[in-house]
Design a protein around this ligand. Sequence first.
Ligand code: AKG
Length: 243
Amino acid sequence: MPASLQEARIKSLPSSAFYIADFITPEEEDVLLNKIKTAPKPRWKILTHRRLQTWPSDLTKNTLLHSPLPTWLVEPIITRLLAYPLSTDNPQNHIFTKSSHGAPNHVLINEYQPGQGIMPHKDGAAYFPAVCTVSLGSTLALDIYATNEDGTREAEPRWKILQEPRSLLITTDDLYTDYMHGIAEISEDLSLSRDTVANWDLLGSLESFTGGISQRSLRTSLTYRDVIKVSKLGNKFAMFGKS
Ligand SMILES: O=C(O)CCC(=O)C(=O)O
């Protein structure tokens, strides 16, 4: 494990992205996959191109109704995340030090079959601008797109970040605010090399990708963020626009 996030920085990307292979163990991955699989069925939202669980709940008008995350989403991921110093100069500062709640309070769980993906998008202003994604089950590539002056995106991605099972990817700063990310709807990621994959030197299983191809299987991601506006139960009516 790196001594600080600086050792995990993806240097070829605009500031800032960090990649840590083997952030969780295979045993921890199994426990998480089992919790996700055994969650009550109504937890799943079925979308055309993936399915999704939202913990603790969906946002309403960019606001989260206060509720703690279940322990299995806190341990080990959040605890480990907050233990990583941003740099060794200030060992007490972690990636959520400057966020409203000092820790993520919201998790999206996305599940992608081979051939499924997510349209390029930005994550928007509801969240503190840091996203921590833990991948389970399969490798796939996240595409990063630059935007034009008018806010539209460039046709082709500028960079690819390969996300291996059990890895952690953090995107923050300009990469969060100024660039879009998406996952192509393909069954295999092609043309993988040091020239095309931004985090090539940080990969845990580099030998698996030297042929340039990675077949996808079922991939689940846990996306941790801090929602800025949180409403306590007493303010529930205000949140829904009533007095
Ligand atoms: O599954 C992923 O890695 C990406 C998810 C994503 O882009 C999002 O939740 O906004």
